[in-house]
Design a protein around this ligand. Structure first.
Ligand SMILES: [Zn+2]
Length: 151
């Protein structure tokens, strides 16, 4: 844990969806992308390759569960999965539902805007998403400590 790392501590703007002893899933509440989720490893690890193989598996398993849940709830045109960490070298994945009329499509959400975005991102129902994640993760990851601490 480092004092100046924004991911080592929950941001006041994030909504916690699920967590266990390894990682947390949040809604980042990005203005143009309200359905953008992040999976954030708890400890200050820089690269995927710094995790043990079982940890790499667990992390990607959770990322794919989030992907499935967002597809089910929003039927996006595409899901973007991104792990950059150039600005904040604390291991995290972005799971981003994309729509053809969103602000940056077909470019990445970090590119120059292409239009005024108007997309179904805003239709995300936080409680439905949390319920879906909790159900699917409970069925696939044992001994996970489910919490709704942020609600
Ligand atoms: Zn950190």
């Amino acid at each position: 844990m480092t004092v100046d790392c924004p991911l080592c501590h929950p941001a006041p703007t994030e909504t916690l969806l699920w967590q266990n002893d390894q990682l947390r899933i949040i809604l980042a509440n990005e203005p143009d992308y309200p359905a953008l989720c992040r999976v954030i490893w708890h400890t200050h690890i820089r690269e995927m390759g710094d995790l043990a193989p079982a940890q790499q598996h667990d992390l990607m398993h959770v990322v794919f569960i989030v992907e499935q849940a967002l597809r089910q709830l929003l039927q996006p045109d595409k899901i973007n999965l991104a792990s950059l960490g150039n600005l904040v070298p604390h291991l995290h994945w972005h799971i981003i539902p994309r729509f053809r009329n969103d602000r940056h499509f077909p470019l990445s959400i970090w590119s120059a805007p292409q239009r005024d975005g108007d997309c179904r991102q805003k239709d995300i129902d936080v409680e439905s998403l949390r319920h879906l994640l909790t159900t699917r993760l409970a069925a696939s990851i044992t001994a996970a400590a489910v919490t709704d601490r942020a609600s």
